[in-house]
Design a protein around this ligand. Structure first.
Ligand SMILES: Nc1ncnc2c1ncn2[C@@H]1O[C@H](COP(=O)(O)OP(=O)(O)OP(=O)(O)O)[C@@H](O)[C@H]1O
Ligand SMILES: O=P(O)(O)OC[C@H]1O[C@H](OP(=O)(O)OP(=O)(O)O)[C@H](O)[C@@H]1O
Ligand SMILES: [Mg+2]
Length: 283
């Protein structure tokens, strides 16, 4: 059986389970369940702390898992596991922050103390930037309070809306250290049975979420121009209409651009433009 790691709580848990359910896998109903066997699909799901998932997959105990890119880089098991796919949820940035007016660039942190829960990631980043003698202070959470309590001069933490920092009287400075989202990770090189099918199913969910189906009618002589607006994944489907001067076109388009594309098509002369959502797909 394929052994899959799923975040058991925190910011990624619900969305990860929703994505797996959408991909046709059975997920646990009770939050206390640690393992769920999906007999029909030949997959065993293990519900683990997202921070630990990189370790399980990196060591080869589990075949594939969902975690955060920031957590994966923090765990530094890159030699054992690799990112296969960004999943488009759990988006955040990892940023430096300090009480208003304290610092304006990362370079000013040389010789200072910076608190974080992501010390592996932060240590590595300071080294890569050539910023020396930074004392990285590890804290388990609630990092925003570290400066007020004088265990650090600045912090580095996950920022989603920025509300937590603002409420703590802190401001961000410097460029983001990294941009994160939930990712699928697996062991380098190995392809256990069933893994390709799971990846394909997840890719199907991503495409179904990111694309919609667009249908329209267009005069035959304008088809090339219309196809350039909606090229589809491979190429649009073109069907004849009873009126030989017109054709019907069907194409997948990015869901975020639907209205712009409809405007462009209408202005070109397309009519009966319909948009429908994609329930599931395999690309
Ligand atoms: N608003 C957010 N707060 C925290 N993590 C977020 C947020 N949005 C996205 N994430 C992502 O979720 C992951 C962190 O998950 P989680 O919150 O479970 O970890 P944790 O903070 O270490 O755990 P806990 O808060 O339970 O101690 C990271 O990959 C992070 O980038
Ligand atoms: O930018 P925002 O939308 O405000 O979200 C980011 C905050 O959320 C997380 O904290 P969490 O609730 O996980 O607590 P923790 O710090 O104890 O992990 C993270 O550590 C930030 O503090
Ligand atoms: Mg947290």
């Amino acid at each position: 059986m394929l052994r899959v790691a799923v975040p058991n709580k925190g910011a990624l848990s619900e969305a990860a389970m929703a994505m797996l359910s959408e991909a046709g896998y059975v997920q646990r109903r009770d939050k206390r369940d640690l393992v769920m066997v999906d007999e029909e699909n030949g997959v065993e799901f293990f519900y683990l702390r997202p921070r630990d998932i990189a370790v399980y997959v990196g060591s080869g105990t589990l075949d594939i898992g969902i975690t955060g890119r920031d957590l994966f880089q923090d765990a530094r098991v890159d030699h054992g596991a690799e990112e296969i796919l960004g999943l488009g949820f759990g988006q955040s940035t990892f940023r430096l922050a300090a009480p208003q007016g304290s610092f304006s660039s990362a370079e000013e942190l040389a010789g200072r103390r910076v608190a974080t829960s992501y010390d592996g990631l932060l240590d590595h980043w300071f080294t890569s930037q050539g910023i020396e003698d930074v004392e990285v202070v590890h804290l388990d959470g609630a990092v925003e309070t570290a400066v007020r309590l004088d265990v650090a001069d600045a912090i580095a933490d996950v920022v989603e809306t920025g509300n937590t920092l603002k409420a703590a009287g802190m401001e961000m400075f410097g460029e983001p250290i990294m941009r994160s989202e939930a990712i699928l990770i697996s062991r380098h090189g190995e392809r256990p049975v069933g893994i390709d099918r799971l990846i394909r199913r997840i890719q199907g969910v991503l495409v179904a979420r990111r694309y919609v189906m667009m249908d329209y009618d267009i005069r035959r002589e304008l088809l090339d121009q219309a196809a350039a607006i909606t090229p589809g994944l491979e190429s649009p489907t073109v069907s004849p209409l009873a009126d030989e001067d017109w054709v019907a076109v069907r194409s997948m388009v990015p869901s975020g651009r639907t209205n712009q594309l409809m405007d462009e098509l209408y202005e070109l002369g397309a009519r009966a433009i319909l948009v429908s959502s994609i329930h599931a797909c395999r690309v």
